[in-house]
Design a protein around this ligand. Structure first.
Ligand SMILES: C[S@@+](CC[C@H](N)C(=O)[O-])C[C@H]1O[C@@H](n2cnc3c(N)ncnc32)[C@H](O)[C@@H]1O
Length: 284
């Protein structure tokens, strides 16, 4: 399902949201939670012996999590310069390690990706559906997986979106066209309608949800609301279509899947001797 606009224009300012997240919400506790969640989904105790390519690093918290999990080598890149500088800030916090590189890059730029080589853990959480060419982005990212390596991605699922994808695309268009105070009202509207379900008695449930979000990946409720209302361009993917695509194109096996949230998380493993799929442009 494709609803994205022109990828080079009309983008949401993801980087500004991530800069504000790190400035206002970064904590050692979130850092630890992000590492715990990363390792638990991978079913590992550490990332020793693995290298980690973070595509669309955003705040950089998950690259930092990989660093804390003792990945041998980390490379983080993002399209948005403010995401890049924010990831750089967290790298600095980790002591400017020489085994962690941060730079600006575009997952749709096949020539750039080629320069990165292959990695035994490629991570791209909540990114590939915001490129304007989701299937091409999935393809480009999957090509970076070394033989037998892991591919951990999260994509907005068309299987769970409510009330409908069209509803949210309209909201997103309005949010992106709005000024700061109108955006603030839309965030309150979101909390009232979807956080509280128009029922103030649901406040304890919302508080639990906010805590769970932090506990999950170390994220913040308000940062995620802004990301959700603003995130543009935007696609939704059918869960099974993702599994089928990666099986057919790369012979990737699904190792783990987590569904039911806005983003479905997938962990795939590539074959030890990968097939050589033809270089084609994937139609969205
Ligand atoms: C929703 S955020 C996710 C950030 C991070 N992966 C996380 O899980 O918190 C999406 C990120 O993808 C980045 N992005 C969007 N299009 C991209 C592209 N073509 N290449 C690289 N990064 C991109 C955005 O700038 C943004 O920082």
């Amino acid at each position: 399902m494709t609803f994205a606009g022109n990828p080079s224009s009309n983008r949401y300012e993801f980087g500004a949201n991530w800069a504000s997240f790190v400035d206002n919400h970064y904590s050692a506790e979130r850092r630890r939670m992000a590492a715990d969640k990363l390792l638990s989904f991978l079913g590992k105790k550490s990332l020793e012996g693995m290298d980690f390519l973070d595509i669309g690093s955003g705040s950089g918290l998950h690259s930092l999590a990989a660093f804390d999990a003792k990945a041998d080598r980390i490379h983080s890149f993002d399209f948005d310069p403010l995401s890049v500088s924010t990831t750089g800030k967290l790298r600095q916090l980790a002591g400017d390690p020489s085994n962690w590189a941060v730079e600006q890059g575009d997952v749709l730029d096949a020539d750039y990706l080629e320069t990165l080589g292959t990695w035994n853990l490629v991570y791209s959480w909540g990114v590939l559906h915001h490129t304007g060419a989701m299937w091409q982005a999935v393809e480009n990212a999957a090509r970076r997986v070394a033989p037998g390596g892991l591919f951990f991605i999260a994509l907005y699922s068309s299987n769970v979106v409510k009330p409908s994808a069209e509803f949210w695309l309209d909201v997103k268009r309005r949010y992106n066209a709005a000024g700061p105070s109108q955006r603030r009202w839309m965030e309150y509207w979101y909390i009232w309608r979807f956080g509280l379900g128009r029922n103030p008695l649901r406040l304890p449930l919302l508080i639990k949800q906010i805590y769970d979000k932090k506990k999950g990946r170390g994220m913040s409720y308000m940062t995620d609301i802004r990301d959700w209302l603003g995130g543009w361009p935007m696609d939704f993917a059918d869960d099974q279509a993702v599994v089928d695509f990666l099986k057919e194109r790369f012979d990737f096996e699904l190792v783990r899947i987590s569904t039911g949230e806005a983003c479905t998380e997938f962990l795939f493993q590539g074959p030890s001797s990968p097939p050589q799929p033809e270089l084609v442009n994937v139609q969205t």
